[in-house]
Design a protein around this ligand. Sequence first.
Ligand code: SAH
Length: 260
Amino acid sequence: MQHTVDPIAARASAVRIVLVATTHPGNIGAAARAMKAMGLSSLHLVRPAHFPSAEATARAAGADDLLAAASVHDDLAAALAGCNLVIGTTARERHLDWPSTDPREAAALVATTTGEVALVFGRERSGLSNEELDQCQRAVYIPTSPGYRSLNLAQAVQVLAYEVRLALLDGAATTAQPRRGRLDPPASAAEIAALEAHCLRVMAAVGYYDAARPKLLARRVKRLLARPGLLHSEYQILRGFLAAVEAGLGADGGVPSSDD
Ligand code: SAH
């Protein structure tokens, strides 16, 4: 047993692994093991079929401290509360309509984002639903052989956790200078949600958005604003601009502004 301090421990503790509606408890244990070997510790379970479970503990093989500390949630939104970056994983080609990335790029985003971040994994049989992927800023697909796309859940966790570890180790080697992210943090998920609501409100007020036929535009605006990279200062510019448009219209356009 080694007791050396892991150079990436502080940052790694802010990386949540979120497992949605896992059916087989053995996969939860194997995912905990995969995480622990890569220095990750924050395990979040959304409506697991069986948990706690002796099978999960057996498969964790010494990573049962992660199971004991795991948070169990009723819905995905609760598991993602407070995250500045949410990345969903998918074995499904049609999900690649979402803004997509590969594991390496996703891990680099995780390593360069400040605050809490989440990697979300779906059900063994059906993966993540569209509504669940809507809550993610990017979809990650682990490139597999084209004829066999689906990895075992815990093995998918292993691949992503390994890439995150490499990216964090890489970052730890180059953190001599203060990073820009510390001076100007990324916009939080709550800020992005408020910006999205404000944007739609102003679009409706100027007649660009028809709230009676909301679907497509609302979702596209959401995806546009949720792309990683928006800084807090940029969020403030956009909110200020939208408020000025509302003021220029002479009022708030008559649309309620209860989101903020
Ligand atoms: N047949 C399912 C497969 C789910 S596999 C489907 O239609 O999606 C269970 C989970 O493992 C997935 O939701 C995803 O989180 C992860 N996973 C499996 N293979 C993956 C791959 N190639 N890329 C990214 N994640 C994968």
